[in-house]
Design a protein around this ligand. Structure first.
Ligand SMILES: Nc1ncnc2c1ncn2[C@@H]1O[C@H](COP(=O)(O)OP(=O)(O)OP(=O)(O)O)[C@@H](O)[C@H]1O
Length: 989
């Protein structure tokens, strides 16, 4: 729009009105019966102005005028409006009009909002009701009012509408539709513009027309504008429209007026721009009339609002004041609704911004307060600094470094209170605590290793030798990478502790975790970071804990790893252990590859059967078998007893556990293959001894170590404040105590304790006689289940228990009246029941040969039932290895020949009497050895196993008989029995 933007008064119309006291500033003629005379025309421009109009009165009758179409909104009497005219003919005509002192035209609103023309070619293109306006000033449109370069020379005319008129006839339509624009600008409401409304001169200027009688006046007026016909412009014939007379005091009119004023006020409150306009207007005298004159007020309301064009035109067209007021009120109300909406929107936006700003300021203040109080010195920066420092001390691989930088950058841009910041912080904490590139120097010294292993464990020669071999290879290769050791054996034989010893021998850090019953893959592979409370898996935790990349990680109970619902923990374990894969182990939480190849993995298991095959495949299995009684005694004397003595604070005391008492412990208290139970008993003995000692001597002998805990009281021999520089005594305990001082402040003092020196006068001996006082009555009363030779029907089997240890198992069979049934008790499994069936069937089928029945067809169990029981009924038994023992028990039962309890046997049998190989022989032999068995009958197929794998120490004192058939078993068991001699012939195939 190239018209003046704010309707500023044109430069040549700045003169104030000569008289502003007129009661109807710019009103229409005949507007009201009691209204003052019509408004005066504006002052003529100063003579210096390039275009000017001469001062004159506004003619009442002016029937023929130049018709100027106006775009977008109608003009209202009393309110200035600047228009831009570009049509050259119209421009020339206006200039001529000004020159001739006839600066009047009719302004009519174009019906089409988008139309743009300076001439009317069709009477229907404009609203017939418009205004009769005086051109108060003109100036070149291109001269400083925003006209663009190259545009057609135009003219800006400031119009002051005087009254309402209606077109009665288009007497000269404009030529071709002009391309020129007519831009209309709302007349400014500023006071000065209104001020420019000139007052009519008191007397007509010399040369001015005297009022003429109506017709004469009209024809004279037509004559006056005849010169316009030479221009290619639109000329219309018009008639004046007169507002119908009204009574100012009419209550409707007053009500409308006060309502309009109140709406004005409301809008002014909401819209500051509007308020400024009203204020400017109000200080003007003319304006005060506006609020007095109902017709003027209606026009004012319409002129200042941005209402609908048609509604505004309606206001213009209404000649009944009440009607005009109503329409103006409608327009104004819409303006109010607009303003209210605008204000609400702006308030909403404001409140949002204000809330955010408030939070920001409060946070800043909080930070400031915390800083002042020393509670937090910009924690985020400190933390970021800490992470950077940590990362700098590590040798992160490139890929990890990249992730670290990204996460750190993310943390920098997050609000510390945001939950994501917490996740990122934790992640960075983990990432910078993995010992990237940090490792301890390894010790491959064989002598050192030998020393360490012997220091910690008695015996276990095979295991120790294998470990030394392993170290020798490591020494030559410079690394022990790619090896997984698996220690297999019964409970309490030292698998875990030997793992610890290996770490000590190699000078590696040690970390242990158990996978027994583990079903959650996340324990090994970690949780994904998105979980609440997510953590990395065990191995990452291990690396963090030990702080080196090459620790020894002991994984306990690999044979008891569970099966997960989602994901298989054993395959996750494989991924972790497998040297082929673990160079880039991917933990779900860390999400960066971690090299585990430098970790030495040692696993422990009770048995190999349940270890997942792919895992077992990659392991180097070292069997750690149970101990025989002599070994147990040595371990107790050389290791367990001294350790327990020291642990009970009796290192320097004369307390002795007699070797004979240890033997009793082993024989009657702890018969299992490991030494854990024995260790427990020995620990118990020393603890009891300590209590006895303290009780006997009286507590006064031992000063209370924590009696005076204040740091000021350091006189006591037995305690020293840490402030003292003396090195702490060997293995002294560090105690933390709390002493309330005078001001009731909590004061923490750390004191050291020295082991007590037990007076020489005290001697404690634990002998077989007083052993009961320390460990209670024996668990086993007899050496064997049967102290005297058992009755016929009892044999001795050898079993292998689920925990990896062996046991001597007697089998009892009896006959009772019945119908030939077989009853089995002793918590026996399916396989063992079948073995009993097979054994019985074989005996039945060979009853004649065995001499049990007189004829081959005789029923041996005609009116009898057999009951088989295996004592220690609470322990479940399973497996086929009791076959030979069951068969022996049946033969003994039927032949009534007793079985020597010094003979134990193991072996699966087939229906035709073959003896098949069994497992767990080493542990079974160990159990037999402990039970004092003299002869073991084992399957021939197991011979190589026994001869090669079972240590000599375990086999000493036992005669082994290897058999392939049950007949050989019977020959051995019943050797020397006259009837058995016959079986050589009678039991042939
Ligand atoms: N040969 C030994 N010499 C000295 N002490 C031993 C020996 N064997 C076992 N011990 C001790 O016996 C205790 C139990 O051993 P450990 O816990 O290592 O058994 P384990 O074989 O790992 O048992 P589990 O299969 O139940 O885990 C330990 O205190 C250990 O020091």
């Amino acid at each position: 729009m190239d018209s003046p933007e704010d309707g500023q008064a044109p430069p040549d119309s700045s003169a104030p009105p000569s008289s502003s006291s007129s009661s109807s500033g710019g009103g229409e003629d005949g507007s009201s019966s009691d209204s003052p005379p019509p408004p005066p025309p504006p002052d003529p421009p100063t003579p210096a102005a390039p275009t000017s109009i001469s001062k004159q009165s506004v003619p009442e009758i002016y029937p023929q005028v130049l018709a100027l179409p106006i775009a977008r909104r109608p003009l209202f009497p009393g309110f200035y409006k600047a228009v831009v005219v570009r049509n050259p003919a119209v421009v020339a005509a206006i200039k001529d009009m000004m020159k001739r002192g006839q600066p009047y035209l009719g302004a009519f609103l174009l019906k089409d909002e988008n139309a743009d023309s300076d001439v009317i070619t069709d009477i229907n293109s404009v609203h017939p009701v418009g205004v009769f306006a005086q051109i108060t000033s003109v100036f070149a449109a291109n001269s400083g009012l925003g006209a663009k370069e190259g545009e057609e020379e135009g003219l800006t005319a400031v119009l002051y509408p005087h009254r309402r008129i209606r077109i009665t006839e288009l007497i000269q339509p404009g030529g071709l539709a002009s391309t020129a624009q007519v831009e209309s600008i709302e007349a400014p409401l500023a006071a000065e513009h209104v001020d420019q409304v000139p007052t009519p001169p008191a007397t007509p200027e010399p040369g001015a027309h005297e009022p003429l009688p109506q017709t004469t006046e009209a024809s004279a007026a037509i004559m006056q504008t005849a010169f316009l016909q030479s221009y290619d412009i639109s000329i219309v014939r018009v008639e004046n429209l007169v507002t119908q007379p009204y009574n100012k005091d009419d209550q409707y009119i007053r009500a409308f007026m006060s309502e309009i004023v109140s709406v004005f006020k409301d809008i002014a409150q909401l819209n500051p721009l509007f308020r400024d306009q009203i204020t400017n207007f109000s200080i003007n005298q003319v304006a005060s009339n506006v609020f007095d004159e109902p017709d003027k007020l209606a026009d004012f309301a319409a002129a200042v609002s941005t209402g609908d064009v048609q509604e505004l035109q309606d206001v213009l067209e209404s000649l009944v004041v009440e009607d005009r007021l109503r329409k103006a009120l409608l327009v104004l109300k819409k303006e109010l609704i607009n303003a209210q909406l605008q204000s609400k929107l702006s308030r909403d936006v404001d409140s949002k911004i204000a809330k955010r700003q408030r939070e920001y300021y409060l946070m800043e203040q909080l930070k400031g307060i915390k800083k002042e109080l020393g509670m937090e010195s910009d924690g985020k920066d400190k933390m970021i600094e800490k992470f950077k420092e940590r990362a700098a001390s590590l040798k992160m691989p490139e890929a990890v470094k990249k992730v670290f930088d990204e996460e750190l950058n993310k943390l920098q841009h997050l609000e510390p209170a945001a939950s994501e910041a917490n996740v990122t912080r934790n992640y960075l904490d983990w990432l910078t605590q993995i010992p990237w590139g940090q490792h301890s120097t390894e010790n491959y010294s064989i002598t050192h290793a030998q020393k360490v292993l012997d220091e910690d464990h008695y015996g276990l020669k095979d295991v120790k030798d294998r470990i030394l071999e392993f170290l020798a290879v490591g020494k030559l290769r410079g690394t022990v990478e790619g090896k997984i050791i698996c220690l297999v054996g019964p409970p309490g034989v030292g698998k875990t502790s030997i793992g610890k010893s290996i770490a000590r021998a190699l000078d590696r850090q040690f970390f242990r975790f158990s996978v027994g019953g583990l079903t959650d893959v996340a324990e090994i592979k970690g949780h994904r970071r998105t979980y609440v409370g997510a953590l990395p898996g065990k191995i990452i935790q291990a690396l963090k804990r030990v702080g080196t990349e090459n620790p020894l990680v002991l994984i306990d109970e690999v044979d008891k790893i569970g099966r997960g619902h989602n994901g298989d923990p054993s395959s996750a374990l494989l991924e972790m252990l497998d040297p082929e894969q673990n160079t880039a182990f991917l933990d779900h939480y860390m999400d960066v590859p971690v090299d585990l190849s430098r970790v030495l993995f040692v696993c422990t298991a009770n048995m190999l059967d349940t270890i997942p095959a792919p895992l077992l495949d990659r392991m180097e299995v070292l069997e750690v078998s149970g101990y025989v009684s002599e070994e147990k005694a040595r371990i107790a004397q050389q290791y367990l007893s001294p350790q327990a003595k020291e642990a009970s604070g009796l290192k320097n005391a004369d307390v002795e556990l007699d070797p004979a008492a240890i033997d009793i412990l082993i024989k009657y208290y702890c018969r299992e293959s490991g030494v854990r139970n024995l260790k427990k008993h020995i620990d118990k003995i020393y603890r009891k001894a300590a209590l006895k000692l303290v009780e006997d001597l009286g507590e006064d002998v031992f000063p209370e170590p924590t009696g005076a805990t204040s740091s000021t009281d350091s006189g006591s021999d037995t305690q020293k404040s840490v402030e003292k520089q003396d090195p702490p005594p060997d293995k002294s305990a560090i105690a933390e105590t709390v002493t309330p001082d005078a001001e009731h402040e909590r004061k923490v003092t750390t004191v050291e304790r020295k082991p007590m020196t037990v007076p020489d006068t005290v001697h404690v001996r634990i002998t077989p006689e007083n052993l009961k006082d320390y460990v209670g009555p024996p668990v086993y009363y007899k050496d064997r289940l049967y102290s005297k030779p058992p009755p016929p029907g009892v044999s001795t089997g050898l079993g292998y228990l689920g925990n990896g240890s062996g046991a001597v198992m007697p089998i009892e069979a009896t006959l009772m009246p019945g119908k030939g049934g077989l009853h089995l008790t002793g918590k026996l499994g399916e396989v063992i029941r079948e073995s009993a069936q097979i054994a019985l069937s074989w005996v039945k089928s060979h009853s004649y040969g065995l001499g049990i029945s007189a004829t081959a067809d005789e029923q041996i169990l005609d009116h009898k039932d057999i009951h088989v029981h295996m004592p220690e009924g609470s322990i479940g038994k399973e497996g086929p290895s009791a076959g030979t023992a069951l068969l022996t028990a049946f033969v003994s039962l039927f032949t009534k020949i007793k079985v020597n309890p010094d003979i134990a046997m193991t072996g699966e049998i087939s229906l035709v009497g073959q003896v098949l190989p069994v497992g767990g022989l080493k542990e079974k032999i160990l159990a037999a050895h402990r039970a004092g068995i003299k002869t073991i009958i084992a399957p021939e197929a197991n011979r190589p196993d026994i001869e090669e794998n079972v240590p000599e120490s375990v086999k000493t004192g036992i005669r082994f008989v290897y058999v392939e058939d049950v007949r050989e078993v019977l020959q051995e068991v019943f050797r020397g029995e006259p009837s058995a001699e016959k079986w050589k012939d009678t039991l042939k195939y």
